[in-house]
Design a protein. Structure first.
Length: 131
């Protein structure tokens, strides 16, 4: 019988196994959403390539390279990988979610936790650094 705790244990083991496979092939492999019933289960696995610098090319990161898409979302292509300070923490811009109108900018805090920000807020934080 497949239970929630079974899914959690299996997912943990799968994460370890697919990390090794991804490293072997130069890819990022991650488990995504899953569903289960008492008799079967499905789990999504996503893959992303790395660029020449070894940086993972997520769809959100690639979206930042398109000037038209950035302008449409109120962002600028130069923001990618820029750092800013907010609330005493250091953040780095890591991607642009084209499906999120209100909070399209993906950032990662210095401790690794990810957040979403509005484009206007990022513009203001980056202008403070430039000034």
């Amino acid at each position: 019988m497949i239970t929630r705790s079974t899914m959690i244990m299996v997912r943990s083991e799968l994460d370890k196994a697919i990390k090794e496979i991804g490293d072997k092939h130069g890819l990022l492999l991650e488990t995504g959403n899953g569903r289960f019933s008492p008799t079967n289960a499905t789990l999504k696995i996503t893959m992303a390539t790395k660029n020449a610098s070894g940086i993972i090319q997520t769809p959100e990161r690639v979206a930042f390279t398109d000037a038209w898409t950035c302008r449409k979302m109120g962002a600028d292509t130069s923001w990618l990988d820029r750092k800013f300070i907010d609330g005493g923490y250091s953040y780095t811009v890591i991607g642009l979610n084209t499906k999120a109108k209100k909070y399209p900018i993906n950032v990662v805090r210095s401790d690794g936790k990810k957040f979403k920000y509005p484009a206007g807020t990022i513009r203001n934080r980056l202008e403070r650094i430039s000034a």
